[in-house]
Design a protein around this ligand. Structure first.
Ligand code: COA
Ligand code: AMP
Length: 631
């Protein structure tokens, strides 16, 4: 079926379309209600269906006689180790760890927080929760104790699963002190903490509360898959909003399983047995959807890589992986390819490996800049597919659906709306923009399966942030335009969210943190263009009159503050001291204009500006501090 026919059907005959897709998974009780409204008036898919996501990802394949197929390949250059699991082995390990969780009292609807590095045990823990019908909330291992504590207090986990350490190239990062600090400072009491001890760093245990993974695992009894309702949450994944409080994106079981299984063929053109590698981290949505659930639901082999695109050991790491495991599909953030390109601009290392197995390269998480796109196409001679998505949806909203059609790609565009997503470009009044003109990217309701139905414990925030601006439409928070062929071009966030190396952060949160420094009266954080990371944050701080600290010392303290409160990945490295911040007459900081100046783009002086000279002053500060184009 062509993309166009399938897309039209997904919009015009939604229920029938998704009913057919739902028939592709094995339900314990197939749904009779395909699309309905929940108590909040939100559209929901497959409301009376019953299933188990871990069963579909694992046991189902074993029952079909495919237990010997490889389910998971773990490759860890940082520990110089490799491990594989067949579907049967992974099913057994998950059933066993479900028993371990159950022995600590975890059952259906309980929450479990997972703070783990990229080890198979992280995947096992996630699937074990799904098997029990418990709700996992994975927190990226690069987040600080403060970020972890906020998530503990919101998700209220019964059990926290962690490892003794993560390994960043050659740096050992002990996790346990971070976990202990977070648990101690949280208002919520976490009953138990399961610790996977790694030989690189042994964690000290808190008597009574902490349990050793291995000991618990060996002594557990495997448990069968629980039956859950399609609308029961599978997981909560926190993502950055515009304030310091992250948003707990809720994913349900039914819609997620249907959409993800469908996406593996329709978007990625993957078949059972194919080897699929998403070079992300289990702590991000890409890791949830395409390291863990998508490939396993589709009966593929998934790859877990504990390394970096460069320095583990060199910029040939990705190509070594493709060659060694005969990877068919590779999915990574553009940053990873920029890092490789920087180290190996001529692509010499690419030539050392056999990349014949690789059919496509997919990128997402941030803008794919045309020079990187061209470099990838030229050096690899494979189709490069950009696709746009968000934690909120759990799968692509705009993509080039390679399993349906062989449509051309266009540099700078993520291609066309994915089946089920009715994507529009609106002006501020909610009128549709003509092609070629940028505006707010919105999606007409109902959103297709897998998209979030609420924010954990905060439906009012969900409504306010996503549904109120344009009634009947989901506000994506990204701006962009469609060309005359309907191709969508994503131009970036229209709110206070930035993407640093494909990682999503809130500049609003950084401002709150920096504003808590005793010497700072006010500050603005903007995301500026960066050749490697796509964007990096830069802070502009106004000191209190009585501040008694040198500029140099203050800059150091602010950088440390953000590192400590969010994590090193936030990558705030530049802090400029200003005498005043450019503002409108009503007191709004002109962040967008500041960003345009730092990026060297043309800008007009807003008519609402309080004093045009303030822009000249901030430009001088950027020059003095070598910020953006003035570096
Ligand atoms: N745990 C603890 N710390 C972490 C971490 C983790 N999981 N991940 C990153 N960090 C730390 C790093 O150690 C580093 O700390 P430092 O400032 O003390 O050196 C800091 O955060 C910045 O890390 P990173 O952005 O990874 O920088 P890098 O120079 O090590 O690597 C890239 C640069 C481009 C290779 C790397 O950012 C990369 O691989 N990006 C792609 C990320 C990605 O896949 N995103 C997609 C999500 S869909
Ligand atoms: P996350 O929720 O962490 O996946 O981040 C989602 C955000 O990343 C989106 O709102 C976009 O701003 C950005 N993003 C994701 N994919 C793309 C893409 N292909 N092109 C441009 N930006 C993207």
């Amino acid at each position: 079926m062509s993309y166009e026919t399938e897309y039209r059907r997904s919009i015009n005959e939604q229920e029938q379309f998704w009913q057919d897709r739902a028939d592709d998974i094995k339900w314990f009780k197939p749904p009779t209600k395909i699309l309905s409204k929940d108590e909040n008036g939100v559209d929901r898919w497959f409301a009376d269906g019953e299933l188990n996501t871990a069963y579909l990802a694992l046991d189902y394949h074993v029952e079909k006689g495919e237990g010997d197929r490889l389910a998971l390949i773990y490759d860890s250059p940082v520990t110089d180790s490799k491990r594989t699991y067949t579907y049967e082995e992974l099913t057994d390990a998950v059933a066993q760890f479900s028993g371990a969780l159950a022995s600590l009292g975890v059952s259906k609807s309980d929450t479990v927080l997972i703070y783990m590095p990229m080890v198979p045990e992280a995947v096992i823990a996630m699937l074990a929760c799904a098997r029990l019908g418990a709700i996992h909330s994975v927190v990226f291992g690069g987040f600080s104790a403060d970020e972890l504590q906020v998530r503990i207090d919101d998700a209220k986990p019964k059990v926290l699963v962690t490892a003794s350490c993560g390994i960043e190239v050659e740096n050992i990062i002990p996790y346990k002190p971070i976990v202990d600090k977070a648990i101690q400072s949280a208002g919520h009491e976490t009953e138990h903490c399961i610790v996977y001890q790694r030989p690189q760093c042994l964690a000290s245990m808190v008597e009574g509360r902490d349990k050793d993974w291995l000991e618990l695992f060996v002594n557990a009894n495997p448990v069968p898959c629980a039956t859950v309702n399609a609308l029961d949450p599978l997981y909560i994944l926190y993502t950055s909003g515009t304030t310091g409080k992250p948003k707990g994106i809720v994913r349900d079981n039914g819609g997620h399983a249907v959409a993800l299984k469908y996406s593996m063929k329709a978007i990625y053109d993957c078949n059972p047995g194919d080897v699929y590698w998403a070079a992300s981290d289990v702590g991000w949505v890409v890791g949830h959807s395409y390291i863990v659930y998508g490939p396993l639901l589709a009966g593929c082999t998934t790859v877990l890589f504990e390394g970096k695109p460069v320095r583990t050991p060199d910029a040939g790491a990705f190509w070594r992986m493709v060659d060694e495991y005969k990877i068919n599909t590779l999915f990574a953030a553009p940053t990873a390819f920029r890092a490789i390109k920087k180290e190996d601009p001529e692509g010499q290392l690419i030539k050392q490996y056999d990349l014949a197995s690789l059919k496509h390269l997919y990128v997402a998480g941030e803008r794919l800049d045309p020079p990187t796109y061209e470099w990838m196409e030229q050096k690899l001679n494979k189709p490069v597919i950009d696709h746009w998505w968000q934690t909120e949806t759990g799968w692509a909203i705009v993509a080039n659906m390679r399993g349906l059609d062989n449509l051309p790609t266009k540099a700078g565009s993520s291609s066309l709306p994915v089946t089920g997503f009715d994507v529009r470009i609106f002006d501020h009044n909610g009128d549709e923009k003509p092609s070629g003109e940028p505006g707010e990217i919105v999606v007409k309701l109902p959103l297709p399966p897998s998209c979030f139905p609420t924010i954990w414990n905060d439906f009012p925030r969900f409504e306010e942030a996503y549904l109120k601006t344009f009634p009947g439409y989901f506000l994506s928070g990204d701006g962009g335009y469609k060309d005359e062929d309907g191709y969508v071009f994503i131009m970036g966030r229209t709110d206070d969210v930035i993407n640093v190396a494909g990682h999503r952060f809130s500049t609003g949160e950084m401002e709150e943190i920096i504003g808590s420094h005793q010497a700072i009266a006010e500050c603005a954080v903007i995301g500026i263009q960066d050749d490697l990371r796509g964007q990096v944050p830069v802070a502009f701080a106004l000191l209190k009159n009585d501040a008694n600290v040198s500029d140099e010392q203050l800059q150091k303290e602010v950088v440390e503050l953000v590192r400590g409160k969010i994590g090193a990945v936030a990558y705030l490295r530049q802090v400029a001291i200003v005498a005043r911040l450019p503002k409108t007459r009503s007191g709004k900081i002109l962040r967008k204009t500041m960003r345009l100046i730092a990026d060297g783009e043309t800008y007009s002086i807003p008519s609402t500006i309080e004093d045009p000279a303030s822009l000249e002053e901030v430009t001088t500060v950027m020059k003095q501090n070598k910020i953006g184009v003035y570096a």
